[in-house]
Design a protein around this ligand. Structure first.
Ligand SMILES: [Zn+2]
Length: 327
């Protein structure tokens, strides 16, 4: 058993407090490998942004939970070495059982999500509450979820949107004592968020629900999952170099920015990073058919991801330059 404090991670309490006060969102970036982690640490370090490093079930299957925890720890040490003074949380994304949350807490995670959104309401409350009790005794923070997102994110699949019911949020948060709440207002996982033909047809997020939730909860951290914008320039590069991503659309960045003014304090971005990586690798390999050194394509992909992260922190999340307020 190891506490995240010994590893140099932070829980999300102070991050969210300052995010709510200053109306920005903490980025939740997912890691599966070394280059993504390096990009997140450098991108957030250089933009002086707090960051939540997320580990999903798919990542644990792909890279091993222990390996990823040590990678995260390596990220903290690298940040120090580079002179970055940013709070870093290590977060379990979409935990689906108490046992999993417990195992992550025991191995040094500073924050866990229990996603009981597919469960019956009372069952979601009961398990979330159990996770909260275990976590809070160890000063670990807990994200919960109400409402179901459409789309696909590894094991998280759903065909239907079930928007969060604002009438439930107060009761849910009071009874579970969770530290933040993921809600469904029209974001979704993956690169195909809307069944539309063109960008102009993308429906607006349900800001009415968000405002209603905000009214019930007051200044409480709200989380948006599935909030990539499915960046057009990278989709184009992928398609130009042999890919085939048709009608891939995401959440327009201005809408995400607006959401931060209504209490959204954490925004999860995974798909956009995947698109950046794939685009650069496809381009380099297509243009350099003799190349076989992975560093020659992973390195530039990592560099492009750093730039994307800095841009997102700056103009979408508003988290750039905010680390100094979270001490
Ligand atoms: Zn998610």
């Amino acid at each position: 058993m190891v506490s995240y404090k010994e590893l140099g991670f932070s829980n999300t309490k102070k991050m969210f407090k300052i995010a709510l006060e200053r109306e920005f969102a903490i980025p939740g970036y997912n890691i599966n490998n070394l280059e993504q982690l390096q990009a997140i640490i450098i991108g957030c370090g250089e933009s002086e942004s707090p960051v939540i490093i997320q580990i999903s079930q798919g990542a644990r299957v792909y890279a091993n939970q222990t390996m990823l925890r040590y990678l995260g720890q390596g990220g903290v040490e690298m940040a120090k070495e580079n002179g970055y003074s940013i709070p870093i949380a290590l977060h379990l994304d979409h935990g689906n059982s108490f046992e999993l949350a417990k195992s992550c807490i025991d191995s040094g995670f500073s924050s866990v999500m229990f996603d009981g959104s597919h469960l019956e309401y009372e069952e979601n409350i009961a398990i979330t509450r159990k996770v909260v009790e275990y976590a809070h005794e160890r000063d670990v923070t807990v994200e919960a979820e109400l409402g179901v997102l459409a789309g696909i994110e590894e094991h998280v699949k759903s065909d239907v949107h079930e928007y969060t019911d604002p009438d439930q949020v107060e009761d849910f948060v009071t009874r579970t004592e969770c530290d933040s709440l993921a809600i469904a207002i029209g974001t979704s996982h993956g690169a195909y968020k809307f069944k539309v033909e063109k960008v102009d047809d993308i429906p607006e997020l349900r800001f009415d629900i968000l405002q209603e939730v905000r009214k019930r909860l007051g200044k409480f951290p709200i989380v948006l999952h599935g909030s990539s914008s499915v960046l057009k320039e990278y989709v184009s590069i992928i398609n130009q170099y042999g890919g085939n991503l048709e009608k891939a659309f995401g959440i327009p960045e201005e809408q995400l920015r607006k959401a931060t003014q209504y209490g959204v304090s954490k925004i999860n971005i995974d798909t956009d990073g995947r698109l950046v990586f794939t685009a650069i690798i496809r381009k380099i390999l297509a243009e350099n058919p003799k190349e076989f050194d992975p560093r020659k394509y992973l390195g530039p992909a990592r560099q492009e991801l750093i730039e994307m992260i800095k841009r997102k922190n700056d103009i979408v999340l508003g988290s750039a330059g905010q680390a100094k307020y979270i001490k």
